[in-house]
Design a protein around this ligand. Sequence first.
Ligand SMILES: Nc1ncnc2c1ncn2[C@@H]1O[C@H](COP(=O)(O)OP(=O)(O)OP(=O)(O)O)[C@@H](O)[C@H]1O
Ligand SMILES: [Mg+2]
Length: 450
Amino acid sequence: MHSMTNTQDLNLRLESTLQELPLWEVQVELDRPGNVLTTLFEQEPLLPGVILTRNQCFVGMISRQRFFEHMSRPYSFGLYSKRPIDNLYNFLQPEVFILAEDMPVVEATQVALQRSLEFFYEPILVTTKSRRHKLVDFHQLLLAYSQIYALTLTQLQQVEEQSKIARAGFRDLKHNYTRLLQNEKMAALGQLVAGIAHEINNPINFIAGNLVHAIDYTQNLLNLISLYQQQYPHPAAEIQTASTQIELDYLIDDLPNLLASMQIGCDRIGQIVRSLRNFSRLDEAERKTVDIHEGIDSTLLILKSRLKNLENGKNVTIVKEYENLPLVECYAGLLNQVFMNILNNAIDALDEWVNGEITDSPKIQIRTQVIDSDWIAIHITDNGPGIPKKVQKQLFDPFFTTKPVGKGTGLGLSISYQIVVEKHGGQLHCISTVGKGSEFIIKIPIQSEK
Ligand SMILES: Nc1ncnc2c1ncn2[C@@H]1O[C@H](COP(=O)(O)OP(=O)(O)OP(=O)(O)O)[C@@H](O)[C@H]1O
Ligand SMILES: [Mg+2]
């Protein structure tokens, strides 16, 4: 006849319909006496109402509330308990509110809530496809509604959560991909630099190696000529003419200078090759103890062409203030990337500053410092436009850039941060005043902890 299921035990979904709720189907023929209803309601305290039939055909419904409300009036009990329910029914003419069983609970509740206050708590008649009638308690309907509401909130939260996860996943993916690309780019640059260094190294070794002898031989020949001149102060006319033609005195004077400057050139090329190799540091995937100054100098060498001829035609002056640093245990190639990124940013900033009211000439100061027995610091300072406070907050965020599309990827500083902080357990800060310039401070432990 009816189910006693509580709504809390139902497995409701957002789209649940009335037929999934506990439905009551207690029917009484109208010719039965009124006290049958009293008995039924007393036997089943949760029964919200009874369906009334005549000759098994649906006529209407009387709710528990309406029945007891009426029966508690004076004389009612005497009048109706023994007489057919028909009498009571005709007197009350109770209104019924009918909904189809396949109506969603959410919709049914909204419709039921629009009933007039007088019928607000009356049970609702539900018609089935097979034209049967059942009752649903309004209280149960409200409970089901609130359960579905809670479910909706949970699902919304889950969706929100999932989309957050998806968004974060996508951001990480993009981040990793671009980082990979950037690392690849740096590795490729390193390889190229190392390749060039190697190619230059061989021929310059020939020249440098032979130059020593060339200087030696030349000196010997010059000594010999000088000896000839002493022994034969008056040579034959032919020799005298030839000597004048080749400007022998000048040649004797200049040749050693010429060879010495060739030697200087060779040394310089050798230095460049060493710097290029130092920059690439391809062979050093492991930590090594290195001279930080060498890394900075080789990075400056690579950037040399950028330091000349800014957009306003000025050159960037590099001011080095190197303290006596101990060797530092680090990933040298990676640290060189950091110097490269920070110096590149400084040059970009100075280049941009052309339109600003530049009073100083563009300058980058590189200062190194021993902080204590465990730490060193490198300060890279420019007298460019400076960085507004708002930008400073996002400086190290991946993909943050103020540069035009195609110019900056916004990864330089975020990668540098990772290298300094995560790879080396160091610190990377920026101090900047708009209109004055920016200072980037790299702090690195002398001895790695790992
Ligand atoms: N020395 C500086 N002076 C002024 N602004 C700077 C300086 N260094 C960095 N910035 C600001 O920080 C932003 C982020 O720098 P970051 O190196 O991470 O990216 P980017 O230089 O824009 O692009 P990328 O280095 O990937 O080519 C820059 O776009 C710039 O606005
Ligand atoms: Mg950059």
